[in-house]
Design a protein around this ligand. Structure first.
Ligand code: NAP
Length: 274
């Protein structure tokens, strides 16, 4: 288990809080997505991991199955609406329904705006934003509209602030935040809750590693948030679990930052307790 997947043990949730539920987690084979899959699975959900690389998915499914979880996978590129539909339809016919969707798949290559090509910009928007639309629509059509459920979009806390090397990601994730609210409003009458979780910098993830490498000098990115640490995948996974659980039955249309108050801190002047 790498640093991104440090779990909170024991869980303070009932282990059967998601019993009988079926979840689809895009990008569920790596990093934060794998920890979300682990935590949803450990609380009773059957989890389908979906992304492009079959070998990565197979390894993640083997690891999670070894822990006793009910997991399977489907291969698709979230930019390809037909491929997404085929994975979603397959999950529904295999598992009987789909109750939970976690749109976690994302593209990221840190770069200054002046060095991002039109294709690079488009790729990130297509994976993060169009992908979230494709997966949410397919799940709505195939199952959620029949019985309701919960969608959690994994975003980033970039909507209100500028962030260097992340212009494409910030634009895409701001779109995801907006889509979260629109879907929550339109699909609320179907009993579907839609929320977003916006992680700050997450320890041990590919995203943070690439960001550290991109910063001039290649220095590790230090946590600048008031809590003074990077997050763990489990910090994201447990909020996702809460949002998918009946405890959050009146929570919808929200974008919740999990970033140690980083996005609340305008000036970042404070070095310690005052
Ligand atoms: P990661 O390990 O790089 O995972 C990205 C996942 O997305 C991979 O499993 C990848 O699988 C999948 N993916 C990428 N392109 C895809 C495509 N076209 N179709 C289907 N799947 C695709 O990322 P992470 O760092 O754990 O981040 C997870 C989420 O948290 C992302 O939404 C990210 O934006 C967000 N986030 C992360 C941080 C951080 O510090 N790491 C901070 C803020 C927000 P395949 O390669 O198999 O397709």
């Amino acid at each position: 288990m790498d640093e991104s997947t440090v779990s909170v043990e024991p869980s303070w949730f009932r282990p059967d809080v998601l019993a009988g539920r079926v979840a689809l987690v895009t990008g569920g084979g790596t990093g934060i997505g794998k920890e979300i899959s682990r935590v949803l699975g450990a609380h009773g959900a059957a989890v389908v991991l979906a992304s492009r690389k079959q070998e990565v998915l197979e390894a993640a499914v083997a690891e999670l199955a070894e822990e006793g979880l009910d997991v399977s996978f489907g291969v698709c590129d979230v930019r390809d609406a037909d491929a997404v539909r085929s994975v979603v339809d397959g999950a529904v016919s295999e598992r009987g329904a789909l109750d939970i969707v976690v749109n976690n798949a994302a593209g990221n290559f840190p770069a200054p705006m002046s060095a991002i090509s039109p294709n690079g910009f488009k790729a990130v928007v297509d994976i993060d934003l169009l992908g979230t639309y494709n997966v949410s629509r397919a799940a709505f059509d195939a199952s959620l509209r029949e019985h309701g459920g919960s969608i959690v979009n994994i975003s980033a806390p970039f909507e209100q602030r500028g962030v260097v090397y992340q212009a494409h990601v910030a634009a895409a994730k701001s779109g995801v935040d907006s889509l979260t609210r629109s879907c929550a409003v339109e699909w609320g009458p179907y009993g579907i809750r839609v929320n977003a979780v916006a992680p700050g910098s997450m320890l041990g993830t590919e995203g943070l590693k690439r960001f550290s490498e991109a910063v001039p000098g290649g220095a590790p990115v230090r946590p600048t948030n008031p809590l003074g640490r990077h997050g763990h995948g489990s910090d994201i996974a447990y909020l996702t679990l809460f949002l998918c659980s009946p405890l959050a039955r009146f929570v919808s249309g929200q974008v919740i930052a999990v970033d140690g108050a980083g996005s609340a801190d305008m000036l970042r002047l404070q070095a310690g307790p005052i």
